[in-house]
Design a protein. Structure first.
Length: 93
């Protein structure tokens, strides 16, 4: 019995080259508008959640890491978790 070698039994696979379709200018602008609107809606939701939080918690959202750095953007996870805690606490009383 002869050993089976890959070159004798298996045909080489054809290399398929897939090119990504270029996005049309209209489609890209449309997607950009939708993404912008979605970001604006989410920012409005976060602003409303921020308004629910007490003042001392709101101050903790904007922290500086160092004095030479710009202030961070609001930490959205922090806003959401504190708003949920606040709603749970006030909803049960």
């Amino acid at each position: 019995m002869q050993p089976c070698t890959p070159s004798s039994t298996v045909k080489p696979l054809k290399k398929h080259v897939y090119f990504a379709k270029k996005e049309s200018e209209h489609k890209r602008e449309s997607r950009s508008r939708h993404e912008k609107r979605r970001r604006e809606e989410m920012n409005a939701v976060f602003a409303e959640m921020m308004s629910l939080l007490p003042e001392d918690v709101q101050r903790n959202v904007f922290r500086l890491q160092r004095t030479d750095q710009k202030p961070k953007k609001p930490d959205k996870c922090f806003i959401i978790s504190n708003a949920v805690e606040f709603i749970k606490k006030n909803g049960r009383s």
